[in-house]
Design a protein around this ligand. Structure first.
Ligand SMILES: NC(=O)C1=CN([C@@H]2O[C@H](COP(=O)(O)OP(=O)(O)OC[C@H]3O[C@@H](n4cnc5c(N)ncnc54)[C@H](OP(=O)(O)O)[C@@H]3O)[C@@H](O)[C@H]2O)C=CC1
Ligand SMILES: O=C(O)C1=N[C@H](C(=O)O)C[C@H](O)C1
Length: 256
């Protein structure tokens, strides 16, 4: 039985994860954490055996896995806590800086503890990033548009940033258009010359387009998550395989 501690259990992803865990043979939800939790497990519709925590420092659990869908502000502290206490971290929460990520990877190596940071658990997004990196070798002129629900706390999305980083690994650096902005920010964010545009609208869940332009032609790669269930297969794969790793790795593709 794989025991799971779920951080951010009251959130949109947390609720989907609870359903997935309860429906998966061999998985057991053993603890949940959210800072504003103030009711019993039963009040949250959870089994009595599930421990409910609202303070990081109080967590005392024999869970194997720390599954995190919380907030960009808390993810670093949570992940550090998880590694220091021997939980295999599976981090879906976005917003870790490069420095924080490097520090956490080093900490996991010191402890020889496997874990995963996945900017996106959806197969369509993982493939989009892979294909975009491939295409960028031939089409260095590229812009990224990500579209999300209006409650999303961070911009750009972790997936868009990760896409830009992967493209940046192979793209020949060059200037791409020199329009003067007559409205501040209208050309979007800038990751090493790769423009990222973030759209927030009701009705949307999580979507991304990578637009490549060439001489007289264009290539557009798009993925859509129409429902948060799209992320759960990837979370399941991560929970089943993370124990085989000996350090924190970035990207679900490392476990597929
Ligand atoms: N990797 C992936 O595939 C995906 C990643 N995500 C990412 O997951 C994260 C959560 O998304 P979503 O569920 O939509 O967000 P929600 O806002 O719906 O949920 C956030 C959760 O975090 C909790 N929380 C708030 N503050 C803290 C804190 N200081 N410490 C710990 N927990 C806290 C909230 O608890 P409370 O109710 O008590 O405030 C709530 O349970 C985001 O970063 C999002 O980008 C989302 C979808 C897919
Ligand atoms: O907040 C979300 O919803 C999502 N967050 C992740 C991100 O920032 O890339 C993954 C997915 O896009 C949904």
């Amino acid at each position: 039985m794989t025991k799971i501690l779920l951080a951010g259990f009251t959130g949109s992803m947390g609720q989907k994860a609870i359903t997935m865990i309860n429906e998966t043979e061999g998985f057991e939800l053993s603890a949940v954490y959210s800072p504003r939790a103030n009711q019993s497990a039963a009040d949250y519709g959870l089994a009595d055996s599930v421990s409910v925590y609202n303070q990081l420092a109080d967590i005392d659990s024999d869970a194997d896995i720390w599954l995190d869908f919380t907030t960009p502000d808390s993810v670093y502290e949570n992940t550090k806590f998880a590694i220091e206490h021997g939980f295999h971290p599976i981090i879906g929460t976005t917003g870790l800086t490069d420095d924080q990520e490097s520090e956490l990877i080093q900490l996991s190596k010191d402890k020889q503890l496997g874990g995963l940071i996945a900017p996106n658990f959806g197969l369509s997004a993982v493939l989009l990033m892979k294909f975009a990196k491939q295409a960028a070798e031939y089409f260095p002129d590229v812009e990224v548009i990500e579209m999300h629900h209006e409650d999303k706390k961070d911009a750009p999305s972790g997936t868009a940033l990760s896409t830009a980083k992967m493209i940046n690994e192979v793209r020949k650096p060059h200037e791409q258009g020199d329009s003067k902005e007559t409205m501040p920010g209208v050309r979007g964010g800038d990751y090493n010359g790769i423009r990222i545009h973030a759209v927030r609208l009701p009705g949307y869940i999580a979507h991304e387009q990578v637009l490549f332009g060439g001489s007289g032609e264009a290539l557009t790669i798009r993925q859509d998550s129409f429902d948060r269930s799209s992320f759960m297969q990837g979370v399941k794969v991560a929970i089943k395989n993370v124990k085989n790793l000996r350090e924190l790795v970035v990207g679900l593709e490392n476990l597929l």
